[in-house]
Write a protein that binds this ligand. Structure first.
Ligand SMILES: C[S@@+](CC[C@H](N)C(=O)[O-])C[C@H]1O[C@@H](n2cnc3c(N)ncnc32)[C@H](O)[C@@H]1O
Length: 220
């Protein structure tokens, strides 16, 4: 069985290229999975929510992948974006983009397995797209204990009977993903400590949890 790090080191380039429409060798199964996951739309929704409040803020992008969300957010004048990911291959690619575009004063990135952290870096807002889906209940609870009452926005896959969830389960099994989790709203409420109490946002079949209120939520 691969570790989460080994899985993502091998997977992230194809996953990200398929998700954001970059040219690369993409398997048929990844193309089908991408269609159902709507990752690009998920990023667009997060940008619509977060972009307008980004100015002068320090962001922490957890499980940043190849940095598509972070780089788009960079154009909304944040003070800084700290992008972290378990995959060194993902962080290597982000570093190349940072250097090529002289973004080192805005985006910094680190290889980090968030499950092993005792404290999160200093930041104003925490974001994670397609990230908490790879944390067990215990790991999720640990993450939210570190978050405390800081503002956050996470996407997640809701546990429910659906064609997407059935196909996703098959995909995860075929890909031998070492750990992927789906949670119901009830479970999320139970896992997340009271201090970071979640509100749920749903748009076009995509789900988010947050403890912020957004002016843009009605215009998504
Ligand atoms: C589905 S991808 C999402 C990437 C990116 N957020 C996006 O939406 O384009 C999940 C990302 O979470 C990262 N990840 C998974 N477990 C992690 C952990 N324990 N600590 C840090 N990153 C992790 C993976 O390496 C991968 O890049």
């Amino acid at each position: 069985m691969k570790t989460q790090r080994e899985y993502w080191d091998k997977k992230i380039d194809e996953w990200s290229s398929a998700a954001y429409g970059r040219k690369s060798q993409i398997s048929v199964i990844e193309k089908i999975a991408t269609y159902f996951r709507a990752v690009n739309k998920r990023k667009d929704i997060a940008i619509k929510l977060i972009g307008p409040i980004a100015k002068n803020k320090i962001f922490l992008d957890l499980g940043c992948g190849m940095g598509e969300f972070s780089f788009e957010l960079a154009s909304y004048f944040p003070k800084k974006i700290i992008a972290v990911d378990i995959s060194k291959n993902a962080i290597q690619e982000i570093n190349k983009i940072i250097n090529k575009n002289n973004l080192d004063n805005i985006v910094e990135c680190h290889v980090t397995d968030i499950r092993n952290e005792k404290k999160l870096p200093n930041c104003d807002i925490i974001v994670g797209l397609g990230f908490i889906d790879y944390l067990s209940k215990k790991e999720l609870n640990h993450l939210f204990k570190m978050i405390g009452n800081k503002p956050y926005l996470f996407s997640y896959f809701e546990k429910k009977t659906s064609l997407f969830n059935l196909l996703h389960k098959i995909y995860i099994t075929i890909q031998k993903c070492p750990g992927a989790y789906k949670y119901s709203r009830k479970e999320i409420r139970e896992i997340i400590p009271q201090i970071s109490k979640p509100l749920f946002i749903q748009k076009d079949g995509l789900q988010f949890i947050t403890n912020m209120s957004f002016d843009t939520v009605d215009n998504l």
